[in-house]
Each structure stands twice: as C-alpha cells, then as structure tokens.
Design a binder for this molecule. Structure first.
Ligand SMILES: NC(=O)c1ccc[n+]([C@@H]2O[C@H](COP(=O)([O-])OP(=O)(O)OC[C@H]3O[C@@H](n4cnc5c(N)ncnc54)[C@H](O)[C@@H]3O)[C@@H](O)[C@H]2O)c1
Length: 330
C-alpha cells in the first residue's frame, strides 16, 4: 500500500466526475486529501454519492459535505488544516443550464473561486490548480491554443470561468500564488455526467430509448478520457513553481463527431441506436480541437487513452451498473 504523506491537498468538487478521479490519482501518488462537495442537484446526486463511496472505500481521504460559498465552513477548514495546495474543481458545469441560471454560475464559479484564493492568500497556501474550459474558445480559430483571444465568451458558463481565470491571475501577480489553469476539453469516462453526450447516449441505447440529439450530429469534440485528465491535473499541482500558466488538456487526436461517437456506442453495446434530431442549442460550439503542445512541454503530459478504448471502458461501466443507472433522469 502507498504510504500516506503529510502533504495535504484540498480538492473542491470532490464528489464530481473529474474530482473523484483526481482524488484517486492524488492518493495513489501518496498525498492526503480533504475533499469538499455540496452534492449540488444540477444532476442526480446519486451519482455523486456513488463516486464518493468508491473513492472513500479505496483511498485515504477526508470528506466534508458543504459549499465553497459557505464562508464560515471554509474558514474553519483552512484554520484546522495545513493545506499544501488547492485543486478547485467545484463548479456549476454545463453550457445549456448556464443560459437558464447565469447567476448561479457566476456565484459558484467566479465568486467561489475568488473566496478560495482569498483564503489561500490569508493562510499562505501557495499552490492553486483550477478547472477551466474549452467553452472559452467558442468563436476562436482551431486548433485552439492557450493564447487565443477569449475575451468575448458566448455563454454564462464560459464567462464565469473567464472571471475565475482572471481572478487567479491577479493572485499570482499580487501575492505570488502559483496558478495553473487547466482548460479541459469534453471529458468522458466511467461514472460520468448525465448532462453530457457520452453518458446520455450510452444510457439511451442501453435502455432501448431514442437518442435526443441537438443538431445534425456532424458537430465534433476533442474527447478526453477522465483518467488522462486526472493525471494532467496532478502533474500541474506537482509543478510547484510560482508561475501563472494556462494549459489545454485535450484528447490530442483527430476530433470525433457525435455520429462517430454513436457508432462506437452501438458497436460496444451491440445494439442499433435510434435518433431524434432536434434543433441545435444556443451556446453550443460546432467543433472543438485542442492544441496540447504546452501540456506536453511543461507537464510532460499527453493522453494515453484513445476514444475507442475510452468508450469501451465507459460502456463496460454502464453495463455493470445498469441496475441503478436506469433510475437516473436523462
Ligand atoms: N467534464 C468536462 O468535460 C469539463 C470540461 C471543461 C471543464 N470542466 C470543469 O471541470 C470541473 C469538474 O467538472 P465535472 O465534469 O467533474 O463536473 P461535476 O458537476 O461532476 O463536478 C463538479 C462538482 O462540484 C460540486 N459543486 C457545485 N457547486 C458547489 C459548491 N458551491 N460547493 C461545493 N461543491 C460544489 C458539484 O456537486 C459537483 O460534484 C468543473 O470546474 C468544470 O467546469 C469539466
């Protein structure tokens, strides 16, 4: 068993899809973790409880149920623990819902990040990694590079993340906090998010229901497998310098169209998909494609899981958990 070190990392959004995988990666590197999550009901918290149970059973982690916006609770956490770093993954994620509830996005994603940075400054915690998003690149030329002009975000979600990125920059400049902003590209994998296409499409095909597809399916994504993303995140934490860096974390191969994704799902489940084509949603990007040269050069990271392998692993997880997954609304 890996020895547990005294290095303690605060992971926000620890019951989330990426958060739980990041915790596994941190603890297998021998680090101790305190995780916080409020089990926000944006999607069925049963999934968050499931992830949390699997992480808790296999790792050395403490967990606090609560909100990063709860100032009293957050202060108590910083007072009673000596954190060596913070990985901020807590967020309202998802472009479509952000158009309905913009205030919630700005509040959790931007204000929540700012409050964390303020506590880090006060308690002298100097290592910050935060999740940002490829959604910032809507309207930019592909493949997206970190220096693309992202000043004009097209959704409240992207705008809330841009606010969080710039807040982090000011804490790097004014207070010397090391900041690594990771712009993730369409993350998928086992125990994923039911608001994202891989999860929904697998479930619809497995349940024998029609896929609800916004657009014509020719839109494409730079799909990135969750354990690759978790490895990149821990590598960013381990850089331990005082720089501010924005780093794309993407699949790095040819992007995959939604229709190709459906074909892979059909192949792995062994059943034909039936599709309802619906109008494209506002705020949705047509294509995403990451330039990941920077992740490669400064983190020594590149993804190792192909979309074919990743979808096979994801479908297997869905098949093994169908008894309770069928209760989740899509
Ligand atoms: N999954 C992707 O494809 C993707 C792509 C780009 C960026 N991101 C970013 O990565 C991070 C993790 O995303 P994810 O896909 O794991 O989403 P997720 O929704 O599964 O995880 C986010 C977690 O944050 C928690 N949370 C929400 N508000 C909170 C609050 N006030 N206090 C404490 N916890 C709170 C939620 O309950 C959830 O468990 C997010 O910042 C997201 O914006 C994800």
């Amino acid at each position: 068993m890996t020895p547990i070190s005294s290095i303690m990392i605060l992971v926000t959004g620890g019951a989330g899809f990426i958060g739980s995988e990041v915790i596994r990666e941190l603890t297998s590197a021998g680090l101790s973790v305190l995780a916080i999550d409020n089990f926000d009901p944006y999607y069925d918290p049963i999934l968050k409880r499931h992830r949390w149970e699997t992480v808790r059973n296999s790792s050395h982690v403490d967990f606090v149920e609560g909100s990063i916006l709860d100032e009293k609770l957050m202060r108590q956490l910083f007072e009673s623990n000596k954190f060596d770093g913070v990985i901020n993954l807590a967020a309202m994620a998802g472009v479509r819902y952000s158009i309905e509830k913009p205030e919630k996005y700005i509040s959790v994603n931007t204000l929540g990040s700012l409050r964390l940075l303020e506590l880090m400054r006060e308690f002298k915690v100097n290592n910050y990694v935060m999740a940002s998003t490829s959604s910032l690149y809507a309207g930019c030329e592909m493949p997206f590079t970190e220096d693309s002009d992202v000043r004009f975000p097209l959704s409240p979600y992207a705008s809330s993340k841009l606010g969080a990125e710039t807040a982090a920059y000011t804490y790097n400049v004014n207070h010397g906090i090391s900041v690594k902003v990771l712009r993730y590209f369409t993350v998928y994998g086992p125990a994923g998010r039911p608001d994202m296409s891989p999860f929904r499409f697998i479930e619809w095909v497995a349940r024998g229901e029609k896929i609800q597809l916004y657009g014509d399916g020719k839109q494409s994504r730079d799909f990135t497998y969750v354990s690759d993303v978790a490895k990149a995140t821990v590598s960013a934490l381990q850089m331990q310098d005082s720089s501010f860096e924005i780093i794309n974390i993407g699949g790095g191969a040819e992007r995959t169209s939604i229709l190709e994704l459906i074909q892979l799902i059909e192949k792995n489940i062994g059943r034909k998909a039936h599709i309802d084509f619906l109008p494209k949603s506002p705020g949705d990007m047509l294509h995403t494609s990451a330039n990941i040269d920077k992740a490669n050069s400064i983190l020594g990271w590149s993804p190792t899981t192909s979309v074919e392998e990743g979808i096979e692993l994801t479908v297997s997880w869905h098949m093994a958990n169908q008894d309770w997954l069928t209760k989740i609304d899509l």
